[in-house]
Structures are given as structure tokens and as C-alpha cells.
Ligand binder design. Structure first.
Ligand code: PLI
Length: 461
């Protein structure tokens, strides 16, 4: 029987035209962009799957809420509405807004590093989280399960911590040298893969045993909750909010980029369970970094839209369709023979480019080569998550080799239709079918930090 995918639980009230370009035009545009899709103008992109961060569509209720923003500098009514929703979802006592996820990270993470060289452990740190750990003098160590790196075989929770490795690392480094354990849900960097409730619970037990704080990086927490409901024994009859409550009960702090499961174009959240001392420190520190603690870099109207978006992201009809869109694209690619991270995660399809281009070595960026060809093929913009992004060893300056070379096809929320995803699938399959013709890339200009955003490349002839 043919597989069914859920139709959108919304209809379209406003449209944003997108431009078609010719292949010849795209070849020229990509060359001018230094073979780096980050440097393309968005109007030269037909379907933009660079990221799901802040690129989704707001609902009529969110647009309506925008009009109710209280723009008072201090004590805004919009803050209290936002605070009420965050408290209701997390059961945490203290809430501070930030302009986006990294704003929350830059305020909280330095408070947890009480001496230089302390460690954070995570299933997998997102790039900005890792950067803020390191900027604050800490070190970031990933302890995800090995199954995460096997893209072929099914595992229901590829985002899980390797519990044995985590405990071994804590003992080795000394619990007094651990600044915190960051639970990234879902695990973005390896495919939007979920973390099970059992795994979160066990990590919390270990953290309590060694007196270490736990932090949820909850950019896509609602998607994680949906996977738990679908795949983990005992959760089928629980609501997404009930599952969220339990997930948050295993952490002391929530850091969240609200540009994902907050369903807004800009926003971030700091929430603290009950540590008043830490809350006071963050409240003080946020003033010079992000702004007064009742606005934290956001306008009152942003806080209104976020309050509504956080509630909407808990809706199961919304989540089912969201996850089905990623599955639909993944299934089409699999049917076309394209290797992907399997099963498909929550927000994107991660195409395994190590398998597509074994003839391109890691330091010639195979996944970037595939991204570029997909843009030329159909005007689809994807993003590389591999050795190009990973950068160089700061001591030896050698290019680091990523374990996985992914092209991430990231699906914005409530934005594209299944027909758009057909265009994407056809383009990727077509590139896959002429994969032997793809060539590697070399630097024309390499920035010293976060090179993938602004580098200029050239094809190796
Ligand atoms: O982009 P920000 O500063 O709002 O959030 C940073 C951030 C933190 N954690 C996780 C898991 C993320 O995925 C994340 C941002 N992700 C981006 C921009 C992405 O394209 O995936």
C-alpha cells in the first residue's frame, strides 16, 4: 500500500512570490557567490532550504498578536504574557527573553564556567553553543551514541547520549571540572535526531550523582516530544505538553532558539527551574548583552507573537504534518537511491555525501560540491554540514575531517508544499545520477573563524 502523508492543517491566506531562474543564470550567480550558497541573494533562490531557523510562516493569530505589543522599556505586559506561557510549558520559575538562541547562550554559559578549562558534555553541541563554551574559556565534548554515525540502519533515538561514555568522561575529567551537561533536543548536527525520555532521565540521574547541572538546548523540543510520543513505550496517550513537562523536569536550565519551535522569525529564551542565584546573575548580565530583562533584545510585539507561537508548536496536527514533510522528502530520496541519514529526523533531510562522492576527499568538501550542484540544477539552496563547516585544528591549522559529510535540506515551518518538495527531490536525484561528474572545491578566500559563512571557493579543475 502506498504510504500516506498528512496534508497541511492550514490554508494559505497570503503568498510570497518566489522567482524562477534559468540554469545559465544560476551558474553565473553561484560563480559570483564564490561557490558558497550563503553568499547568494535569496531572490536568486527558488526553494530555500538553507535553514529552518526563523524562516517559517506565522499564523493569523501571531500576526494579530503583533498588534498588541506593549513596547514599554521595563515591565511590559507582553513580557508577562510570554513569561506565563514559558512557565506553563516548562514548569520553571524564572524566565528571561533573549534576541535568539546564541543570545541566551552568551548570557548563561559563562555563568556556569567558574574556572578556566571546565568542560561541557553534550550529545552534540550545536556550532554556536560550542563557540560560546569556548569563548567563555570552557571545552565542549560530544558523547553521542555510535549509532548516530551509521546513516544506514534504523535507530529510533540517534540523538541519545552514550551513557557509559558520559560517566567515564565525568570520572576521568573530575566532576568538579564539569560546568554542565547540555541535552540538545533534537540533535540538529546529526540529522534532527531525537533523544528518548529514558535517555534524558538517565543523564539526569548521572548528573545528580555527580552534582552537575543539566541544560536543555530546546530549539526543537516540541519535535523531540512528538518523536517520543510516536516511538517510546508508555507515551502514546500523553499530550505533547505532558511529554515536554517530563523532558524539562530532567534539566535545570532551558536555552532555546525560539526561531525554531517558537514559530517566530526572531527570538530566544532563557528559563531556569529554581536556582535563584543563577537567575540573579543572568538578570544582571543580560542588561549589557541583550537588554533589560523584560525585553532581552526583543520588541514587545515579538514577545506577543512568540507567546502564541510556543502554544501553536504544541499542536499535534501541526507537528504530525511538519514531521511528515521531512519524511516525504526523505522517502522520495531513498526511492531514488540517494543515501540519507535514516530514519529522517524532525526538521530536515540529511543527505550522506560521503557516499555520493567518494572520489572527493574531505578537504575538498564533497557535501558543498553537492549543495552547489543542487542549486544549479533547480535553484534549491541547501547547506553543508561537514568538513567545510568543521574548520581547522586551532593548533596545527590542519583541516579537520568530519565523521559525516552532509547536505542538509532544511524545511522551514508551514512554508513550502509537498509540490515544492517534489522539485527538491527531483533535483537531488538528478545530481545523484551524475555524481561521478562532480568535482571538489578549493579556497579562494578563507576567513579565520566560522569560515563556511563567508568563504569564497573555486572548483578544482
Ligand atoms: O540561531 P540561534 O542563535 O537562534 O540559535 C542557535 C542554536 C542553538 N541550538 C541549536 C540546536 C540550533 O539548531 C541553533 C541554531 N540553528 C541554526 C541556525 C540552524 O540552521 O540549524
Amino acid at each position: 500500500m502506498e504510504k500516506k502523508y498528512v496534508a497541511p492543517p492550514y490554508r494559505i491566506k497570503m503568498v510570497e512570490p518566489i522567482k524562477m531562474t534559468t540554469k545559465e543564470e544560476r551558474i553565473e550567480k553561484l560563480k559570483n557567490a564564490g561557490y558558497n550558497p550563503f553568499s547568494l541573494r535569496s531572490e536568486d533562490v527558488y526553494i530555500d532550504l538553507l535553514t529552518d531557523s526563523g524562516t517559517g510562516a506565522m499564523s493569523q493569530f501571531q500576526w494579530g498578536a503583533l498588534m498588541q505589543g506593549d513596547e514599554a522599556y521595563a515591565g511590559s505586559r507582553s513580557f508577562f504574557r510570554f513569561e506565563g506561557v514559558v512557565k506553563d510549558i516548562t514548569n520553571y520559575q524564572y524566565v528571561i527573553p533573549a534576541h535568539q538562541g546564541r543570545g541566551a547562550e552568551q548570557v548563561v554559559l559563562p555563568q556556569l564556567i567558574t574556572k578556566k578549562g571546565m568542560y561541557f558534555f553534550s550529545n552534540m553541541h550545536f556550532d554556536t553553543t560550542r563557540a560560546h563554551v569556548e569563548l567563555a574559556g570552557g571545552r565542549a565534548v560530544d558523547v553521542v551514541i555510535d549509532e548516530c554515525f551509521d546513516t544506514v540502519n534504523f535507530h529510533p533515538f540517534k540523538g541519545n547520549f552514550d551513557i557509559e561514555k558520559l560517566e567515564k568522561e565525568i570520572i576521568e575529567k573530575g566532576p568538579e571540572n564539569i560546568a554542565g551537561i547540555i541535552m540538545t533536543i533534537t540533535n540538529n548536527s546529526a540529522g534532527g535526531q531525537p533523544v528518548s525520555m529514558e535517555n534524558l532521565r538517565t543523564v539526569k540521574e548521572i548528573a545528580v550523582k555527580y552534582n552537575i547541572k543539566t541544560i536543555i538546548d530546546g530549539a526543537r523540543y516540541a519535535e523531540n516530544a512528538f518523536f517520543i510520543k510516536e516511538r517510546e513505550e508508555g507515551y502514546q496517550n500523553k499530550s505533547i505538553k505532558e511529554i515536554a513537562h517530563e523532558m524539562f523536569s530532567y534539566a535545570d536550565i532551558l536555552l532555546m532558539s525560539a526561531k525554531k519551535d517558537g514559530l517566530v522569525n526572531m527570538g530566544g529564551i532563557i528559563a531556569i527551574k529554581d536556582d535563584f542565584d543563577l537567575y540573579q546573575k543572568c538578570r544582571t548580565y543580560i542588561v549589557p548583552m541583550e537588554g533589560f530583562p523584560t525585553y532581552g533584545g526583543l520588541a514587545g510585539r515579538d514577545l506577543e507573537a512568540l507567546a502564541v507561537g510556543l502554544e501553536e508548536a504544541l499542536d499535534e496536527d501541526y507537528l504530525r504534518h511538519r514531521i511528515d514533510q521531512a519524511r516525504y522528502l526523505g522517502d522520495k530520496l531513498i526511492a531514488g537511491g540517494v543515501p540519507i541519514q535514516y530514519p529522517v529526523g524532525g526538521h530536515a533531510v540529511f543527505v550522506d555525501c560521503k557516499k555520493i562522492c567518494p572520489h572527493i576527499p574531505f578537504n575538498e568538501f564533497p557535501a558543498q560540491a553537492v549543495c552547489n550542484e543542487v542549486y544549479i540544477e533547480a535553484g534549491v539552496r541547501a547547506v553543508e554540514v561537514g568538513s567545510f563547516l568543521l574548520g581547522r585544528n586551532p593548533d596545527t591549522l590542519e583541516n579537520l575531517e568530519s565523521q559525516l559529510e552532509f547536505m542538509r535540506l532544511t524545511i522551514p515551518r508551514r512554508t513550502y508544499t509537498y509540490a515544492h518538495l517534489d522539485v527538491v527531490a527531483d533535483a537531488v536525484i538528478s545530481v545523484y545520477n551524475r555524481r561521478e561528474t562532480l568535482v571538489g572545491l578549493d579556497f579562494e578566500y578563507e576567513p579565520p573563524v566560522l569560515r563556511h559563512f563567508t568563504a569564497r571557493l573555486k572548483p578544482i579543475k
